[in-house]
Design a protein around this ligand. Structure first.
Ligand code: COA
Length: 372
């Protein structure tokens, strides 16, 4: 038996949901290429595809959109909990708490709540939870979390600003949700599957997955990338700083990937949206800085940006606060997580690997009064 650091290169189960880095197919969700989905579909179509196994017909899509729109409201007891969370808390902790609390109020199984129903409820209400907390703690407003926006992206932007979002920003966010929706056995999805493999409920799987996504080596990279990019006021300053960071062996967040070694197929798609948004607003500094960082990383290390890098610029242009970038990823990825929860349940075996022991050799117990 061999040990794989970080489970790199280990095939840890079977899945019919996505191909990641496939030589023939690239990134696909249930056989559909990510480029086709990002160009033609909406996030709701993709979530439906992941959760219900097929692209919806027009009438199924309309019914799905109205079902999601009807699931945006928050129970009073959840609002009370959200109001108790400090204003300085990280928004990922708000969603982690919100998912967990909702699981106590609307448990899976009760009232016929199956995993697909839990998926729909969480996708529809995560934006409401986050922005209810945000507007309450930052601006002392108790907002109405319903909106007449048809889409998940539109609803999020509407609650964030209180105004009708423009089409460009709404569609940019929508495309980013498609790109973030699913990615095979990444750390958070594998966490969700591990929890599910113990026969625990879907809320526990999603709550644990949020915890796994929070760190900067995974979802948190989009926030860390923005913090870095926004430190520079010119491409030249960014180049100088990146060279210094590489010399001192620092990680540049938003670059590199465990599976993709010659480019993330999602990066160019989100980059084109980041560019369109920056041109539309007339503020190109962050984009120019980011593009120079990309060039330097390619030239010096042959390392490519991952989805998180240009998603950061796109979200910044959409007016989304940096600390909400990873929570937006949560909303999108809930579709993928829940598709994996259902797949794991359909062919379950407890996930329980082994470790290679590196501790002390067997030794005699030392009575407490003889210890030094
Ligand atoms: N900045 C600088 N160097 C990087 C790098 C980055 N973002 N990503 C990888 N490298 C370097 C590593 O230091 C290592 O160099 P070495 O061989 O001289 O030690 C080499 O590239 C291989 O990287 P490794 O750490 O083995 O890759 P991994 O598969 O274990 O890690 C990531 C993958 C994603 C965790 C890693 O690329 C990373 O930390 N990226 C930044 C965080 C990020 O953007 N995460 C989001 C992922 S979608």
């Amino acid at each position: 038996m061999t040990t794989s650091s970080g489970l790199a290169g280990v095939i840890a189960g079977r899945s019919a949901i996505a191909t990641v880095g496939s030589e023939d197919a690239g990134l696909t969700y249930r056989g559909y290429s990510i480029a086709d989905l990002a160009a033609n579909a909406t996030y709701e179509e993709v979530a439906y595809l992941l959760i219900y196994n097929a692209l919806p017909t027009r009438s199924q899509l309309e019914a799905y959109r109205s079902r999601l729109a009807g699931l945006r409201g928050l129970p009073d007891r959840l609002k009370t909990v959200l109001e108790q969370i400090p204003s300085g808390a990280h928004p990922m902790d708000v969603l982690r708490t919100g998912a967990s609390m909702l699981g106590t109020l609307e448990p899976e199984g009760e009232g016929g709540r199956n995993p697909a129903a839990v998926a729909d409820r969480l996708i529809a209400s995560f934006g409401s939870m986050l922005l209810y907390w945000y507007r309450y703690t930052k601006r002392q407003e108790r907002i109405d979390v319903e909106s007449d926006e048809a889409t998940v992206a539109g609803h999020f932007l509407r609650l964030l600003t209180g105004k009708k979002p423009d089409d460009l920003r709404r569609r940019a966010l929508d495309v980013s949700l498609i790109l973030y929706a699913e990615h095979e056995f990444n750390a958070s999805t594998f966490t969700a599957r591990t929890v599910t493999s113990t026969l625990a409920d879907s809320y526990s799987a999603v709550t644990a997955a949020i915890g796994a996504l929070r760190g900067p080596l995974h979802g948190g990279a989009n926030e860390a990338a923005m913090e870095l990019i926004s430190q520079f006021d010119s491409a030249g300053a960014a180049e100088k700083a990146i060279l210094h960071m590489l010399e001192t062996k620092r990680l540049i967040m938003g670059f590199g990937h465990r599976v993709y070694k010659s480019g993330d197929p999602r990066s160019d798609i989100i980059k084109s949206w980041a560019k369109r948004l920056s041109e539309a607003s007339g503020s190109m500094t962050n984009f120019n800085v980011a593009e120079r960082m990309e060039q330097v990383m390619r030239r010096e290390k042959n390392i490519f940006p991952n989805l998180d890098f240009y998603a950061a610029i796109a979200y910044n242009q959409c007016g989304i606060p940096t600390s909400m970038f990873t929570p937006v990823f949560v909303i999108a990825r809930t579709a993928g997580w829940m598709a994996h929860v259902m797949e794991q349940r359909n062919d379950n075996r407890l996930i329980r690997p082994l470790s290679e022991y590196t501790g002390p050799a067997p030794r005699a117990y030392v009575p407490i009064d003889q210890r030094k």
